[in-house]
Design a binder for this molecule. Structure first.
Ligand SMILES: [Zn+2]
Length: 414
């Protein structure tokens, strides 16, 4: 099956070739083509260019023509950090926080992640699959074409496996590209209060081997934070994951800088995620590493907390990408369109910087930039067409308005 999209006012993020990511010093540059066309064959991009060079159609068999009617075409968002497989929203805690209780205070009282773990234990795998599929379809509508999804609301062998099996089913049954991450070390479960090392032992000896036995995860994650897992625990869990073929991507420096960035880099982490709190030592460590920083502005927005210092990271040429952190406690939205606006408004990045950070660099943080994250010949046809807009910056300016008119994933209209 062939598809031709014509009359595109601007093809955005096109022709970056085999670059795996965009370095921060070049983050403000985006390639575009005015008045363009894109040709798709099967699931991949076959050709693109300016309408004036378009050769037309010689073979109409199995060819679908889409008129973009002057809309822009973007590569789909690559959201490298989400927790969208959860059982219940946590709006009660939202109200508690409005009344003055802190996120940490609520967590200490058995709320937060532990609350999510309780309700996840009760829900059946089928039910969890159905509600997660709805959430996934919803984020696709806002332009996401590749996403990483974590476990971490199970906190027991059976519940962690339940989440990861659901992610595996989502991978199989949807057109969106999915990577999965084992995050058993998301919090200390209630029955291990005062016995954290026993829970770490369970992760090392039971959960990681069982997950890998069923081939359920690509990455290993740890919430390296005060009252959660320290750098000693983090190092042990990452090393065990690596032994089983899982690469590290970790939650670090959200509330405190404990040296977790250094631990992650020493274990060749693909990414370090959050970084709302960062010191000069962390910056130095990141500068000299291959690890990419994942920034999560909608989490800061929702918790009304400081934002990551994106400009400081960029001025030090530290690689960055921007993701949604979609989860019930601190970012109950996977709308990358809104995340992009927040990145402009709150991280003070230009729309060009945000496009690179949410497409090719997001793909890099999931190790899929060979096939996703830009409009290039041979890459997967994961793109969206906007309504007619006067400039592509409009996407970032017009926050909460969904300007997407059509979505194509794997060469199919979804
Ligand atoms: Zn997260």
């Amino acid at each position: 099956m062939k598809m031709i999209i014509k009359n595109i006012s601007k093809i955005v993020q096109v022709g970056i070739g085999d670059k795996k990511f965009i370095e921060s010093k070049n983050l403000d540059k985006i390639n575009t083509i005015d008045d363009g066309y894109i040709e798709i064959e099967g699931s991949k991009i076959k050709d693109y260019g300016s309408m004036k060079n378009w050769k037309g159609i010689s073979d109409w068999n199995n060819t679908e023509i889409i008129d973009a009617e002057g809309g822009c075409v973007f590569p789909s968002f690559c959201d490298s950090h989400s927790h969208l497989v959860f059982s219940e929203p946590r709006h009660k805690e939202f109200v508690l926080r409005i009344k003055g209780h802190s996120y940490e205070e609520i967590a200490k009282q058995g709320g937060g992640i532990l609350n999510s773990a309780d309700s996840l234990e009760k829900i059946s795998e089928n039910e969890l699959y159905e509600i997660s599929l709805k959430r996934l379809n919803n984020v696709i509508k806002y332009g996401t074409g590749a996403i990483e999804i974590k476990s971490g609301y199970g906190l027991s062998l059976s519940s962690e496996m339940k989440i990861l099996r659901v992610i595996k089913r989502l991978k199989k049954n949807t057109e969106v590209k999915i990577k999965s991450t084992l995050l058993a070390a998301h919090a200390i479960p209630k029955k291990y209060f005062g016995k954290k090392q026993d829970y770490v032992k369970l992760i090392l000896e039971k959960i990681i081997p069982a997950v890998c036995d069923e081939n359920l995860a690509d990455y290993i994650d740890v919430f390296c934070e005060k009252n959660y897992f320290d750098t000693y625990d983090t190092d042990k869990i990452l090393k065990c994951g690596i032994k089983y073929g899982l690469k590290p991507k970790i939650h670090v420096n959200q509330f405190n800088s404990l040296g977790g960035i250094e631990t992650a880099i020493k274990n060749n982490a693909i990414s370090v995620d959050h970084l709302e709190v960062i010191n000069d030592q962390d910056i130095d460590n990141l500068k000299n590493s291959n690890t990419i920083a994942t920034l999560l502005p909608s989490c800061s927005f929702f918790l009304n907390m400081p934002y990551a210092k994106a400009k400081k990271l960029i001025s030090n040429n530290i690689k960055i990408n921007i993701a949604s952190d979609y989860n019930p406690g601190s970012s109950p939205s996977g709308n990358m369109n809104f995340v992009s606006s927040l990145a402009c408004i709150k991280l003070k990045l230009t729309p060009n910087q945000v496009i690179n950070a949410t497409t090719i660099n997001g793909a890099h943080a999931m190790e899929i930039s060979d096939n996703y994250g830009s409009i290039d010949i041979g890459k997967k046809a994961n793109i969206f067409i906007t309504k007619r807009i006067s400039s592509y910056d409009y996407l970032h300016y017009s926050f909460t308005e969904n300007i997407i008119k059509s979505i194509i994933l794997n060469g199919k209209i979804v």
